[in-house]
Design a protein around this ligand. Structure first.
Ligand SMILES: Cc1ncc(COP(=O)(O)O)c(C=O)c1O
Length: 419
């Protein structure tokens, strides 16, 4: 018999296998200092482009005060237990009510974490005769939710509405044959790697020809898209066609937790059947009160979203003018596509961090095909023109070096922290 542990340490996985060279630098880096556009990395100031602090709320003085006051008043313990048993409070219910109003839905259920919340919601909603039709580039939390689904699922090519319709036809045929079950379509408001919005309006239009319900994960759209910041549904004018709207608090709200909004009857069904919330402790009070404050500011200060977009467009237009490929983004998420191997990509990142003071994330094989590199920049309302200018210049210079083969190295540059 094999020892499970022996197998694990033979191969640490596609990213883990590089850990001896990367830990503490490319992976698990420690950004220190106040959260913002400039932070410290290994003792040096860097311009940070990898925090989903879209509106700059993480460190806003009013937010810090609300978080601190709530912690002083309640600590981390209150309320104790799962919501259903003993862990409910008027503040949890108030946050749900305010989010429902904001999203123009009848009701909301709070979720402790976005990831396990949406996974578990998919599990609660879908029975074994139901069929799920979903976008191929769905976030890992959706894929894991589908792993819990005992019924059929059909995937459509990313944002390909023709293929989505084809999969809807297959799903409809299966359900007619089974004489049981329904269809749930799942997409995202903004796909977080490439920054392209899900084609929600087109998916909603398919409701004229097919019977299904639509669930949208709008983690990156909430607070950044739409006139009021209500997200991709508002932006595309199809919020009513989204049956279940999900977002995390981990991006625009710069906090912890998430929520699902929808019809009162269905949210109530989820409330009484979602295992990850029924069998887990509820969100502690500082998060609930802190999230109430964030929502209040998000609604009352549209200038934060305006500044975010000004920065995003300056960055995106600047990159395009310099000849960079930023793909199909129509959100603030800014990918920069380049060609090269994993070692080259790490040499370039090291140069950007060490010599230009630019901190951004890289995405390489196996997350994307071999030979492709994506540098992912996340603008926020806190970035300045000087940050953008310095970043554009650094990208121009490092791209020239990449094209000239100056980053060609045989192995990932060893930058791991010494023990
Ligand atoms: C699209 C998407 N859905 C869900 C999540 C998970 O949310 P959380 O961090 O609250 O678990 C993330 C990442 O935060 C995400 O990008």
């Amino acid at each position: 018999m094999a020892d499970i542990f022996e197998r694990l340490v033979k191969h640490y996985g596609p990213i883990g296998e590089h850990r001896e060279r990367s830990h503490g630098y490319y992976t698990f880096p420690k950004l220190e200092g106040e959260i913002g556009n400039r932070m410290n990395f290994r003792g040096k100031e860097v311009i940070v482009w990898s925090l989903n602090n879209y509106l700059g709320l993480a460190n806003h003085p009013a937010i810090r005060k609300a978080d601190t006051d709530a912690t002083a008043a309640y600590g981390l313990a209150y309320p104790m237990g799962a919501r259903m048993m003993s862990g409910n409070s008027k503040y949890h219910e108030q946050l749900e009510k305010e989010l429902a109003e904001f999203e123009n839905k009848e009701d909301v259920i709070l979720l402790n974490y976005g990831y396990q919340g949406i996974m578990s919601a998919i599990d609660a909603i879908c029975g074994r005769h139901d069929v799920v039709v979903y976008d191929a580039e769905s976030h890992a939390c959706i894929i894991d939710g589908l792993r819990l689904h005992p019924g059929h699922r059909y995937v459509f090519h990313h944002n390909d509405i023709e293929d989505c319709e084809k999969q809807l036809q297959r799903a409809t045929a299966l359900i007619e044959k089974q004489k049981r079950g329904g269809i749930l379509v799942i997409s995202e408001g903004v796909f977080g790697m490439a920054g392209d919005q899900g084609k929600l309006k087109e998916i909603v239009a398919l409701k004229d020809s097919y019977e299904f319900r639509l669930l949208v994960d709008d983690a990156h759209g909430f607070g950044t898209l739409g006139k009021t910041g209500a997200g991709a549904g508002e932006e595309q004018g199809c919020q009513d066609g989204i049956d279940l709207y999900f977002s995390t608090f981990a991006k625009s709200m710069a906090s912890i937790g998430g929520f699902m909004a929808g019809p009162r009857t269905i949210i109530d069904y989820i409330r009484y059947n979602i295992r990850s919330q029924i069998f887990a402790k509820s969100l502690p009070m500082p998060f609930v009160i802190g999230n109430l404050k964030r929502l209040e500011m998000l609604r009352a200060m549209p200038e934060l979203k305006e500044k975010l977009w000004q920065n995003a467009l300056k960055l995106q237009n600047g990159l395009k003018e310099k000849g960079f490929d930023i793909g199909k983004t129509n959100s603030v998420v800014t990918p920069v596509y380049m060609k090269g191997g994993v070692p080259e990509a790490t040499a370039m990142v090291m140069d950007l961090r060490e010599n230009y003071g630019i901190f951004c994330s890289i995405v390489v094989y196996p997350v994307i095909p071999k030979g492709d590199i994506i540098y992912r920049l996340i603008p926020t309302a806190t970035h300045t023109d000087a940050d953008i200018e310095a970043t554009l210049n650094a990208f121009s210079e490092t791209k020239r070096k990449l094209d000239a083969g100056e980053y060609k190295v045989a192995e990932i540059v060893q930058m791991a922290e010494a023990d």
